[in-house]
Design a protein around this ligand. Structure first.
Ligand code: OGA
Ligand code: NI
Length: 348
């Protein structure tokens, strides 16, 4: 079993040999003068009450139109009243922090192998001149259960495996409800997206750790990208910001609203909604003093599923924008590391 030879960011920091060149972004030369950590305004996305979205009351209808408005402009919402308790979310944050604080040898037990996405370490390095992101991560497929590879599931800290299993099951409920709400917000039959997304959809959870960075002006935590998922559920750090979304070419920082789940549209939902719901470009900037953690879960249609705009959202006034795609995520990773938008490949 071959393991990648690149150091994690935590190891680079511990080695104390300064900042390797491979993390430095050169100025683009096209008039970009802003340092990466320049101050940006906060985005005004609404907090959406998931419980209310499910209700057929007047208030429920209003919540659906709030959802419609946010997803068609920003492509992202903060979801509250999602049914997962604060105590449980706190447990996930705590276990994530504890995992990354373990000695390297312990974390290496879950190390990813060359050519595999799953496991602990850095992201795959696909090109010689790829600028590296200032992030270490643990990436685990959590669903369907028969596809789990337990060798990547940490045995320490104690309770990690059980909690991740429990979180997966809780998320499945939120995901189903959210898909139904998205369909209803577009006046579709509530299973329209779920039927295409499929019963056998994959859930991949990515635990992210951004160590403090000595050059936040020149180093990025995660390069600008849109997610290749249908949707993504994110638990952002409760204390340390860094996540930013792009709208009309400008960057905005995501507000920190404790105990909400941030849900963003991914490319495959943009395709299913025929472009009405936007898969937003986002990035993470680094922080000089503080480490930041986050937990992202990508909801990915099964490899056998054909993803395309649902018929009811295609009309003469709104022609079909995207081809039918299958196994979109494979195509996605190649484009991402080159800084290109994979959804362009799906445009008609
Ligand atoms: C991602 C991502 C954001 C964050 O993992 O795709 O965008 O806040 N993460 O860590
Ligand atoms: Ni993302």
């Amino acid at each position: 079993m071959e393991k990648p030879k690149f150091k994690t960011v935590q190891e680079v920091v511990a080695a104390g040999e300064g900042l390797p060149e491979r993390y430095l972004h050169a100025p683009t030369g096209d008039g970009e003068v802003q340092p990466l950590n320049a101050a940006v305004p906060e985005m005004d996305i609404p907090a959406i009450d998931l419980n209310l979205l499910l209700s057929s009351s007047e208030a429920g209808q209003q919540e659906l139109s709030k959802l419609h408005s946010a997803l068609s402009t920003w492509g992202v919402v903060q979801v509250m009243n999602h049914g997962i308790t604060k105590a449980f979310l706190d447990k996930i944050y705590k276990l994530t922090k504890e995992f990354f604080a373990l000695p390297t040898e312990e974390k290496q037990k879950c190390a990813r192998e060359i050519d595999s996405i799953q496991g602990y370490g850095n992201d795959m390095i696909l090109w010689d001149d790829q600028v590296l992101d200032w992030i270490d991560r643990l990436y685990i497929t959590t669903y369907p259960e028969d596809q789990r590879q337990l060798n990547f599931w940490p045995e320490v800290p104690l309770g990690f495996r059980e909690t991740l299993h429990e979180y997966t099951m809780k998320q499945r409920i939120v995901i189903e409800q959210f898909f139904k709400a998205m369909a209803r917000s577009l006046e579709l039959e509530e299973n329209s997206f779920l039927d295409m997304y499929g019963e056998s959809a994959t859930l991949d959870t990515r635990f992210n750790m951004y160590p403090p960075c000595p050059s936040p002006d020149k180093v990025i935590g995660v390069k600008p990208h849109a997610d290749g998922s249908a949707i993504t559920l994110l638990l952002p750090d409760k204390d340390v910001g860094g996540l930013q979304f792009q709208k009309d070419g400008k960057w905005y920082k995501a507000p920190i609203v404790p105990d909400t789940i941030l849900i963003n549209v991914g490319d495959q939902m943009e395709i299913m909604s025929n472009g009405i719901y936007k898969s937003p470009v986002h990035r993470v900037v680094t922080n000089r003093e503080k480490e930041r953690i986050s937990v992202a879960t990508f909801c990915i249609p099964g490899a056998d599923k054909e993803i395309q705009p649902v018929n009811e959202l295609v009309s003469e006034a709104r022609p079909r924008l995207y081809k039918t795609v299958k196994k979109y995520v494979e195509l996605y990773f190649k484009y991402y590391q080159q800084g290109r938008r994979p959804i362009e490949a799906a445009l008609i």
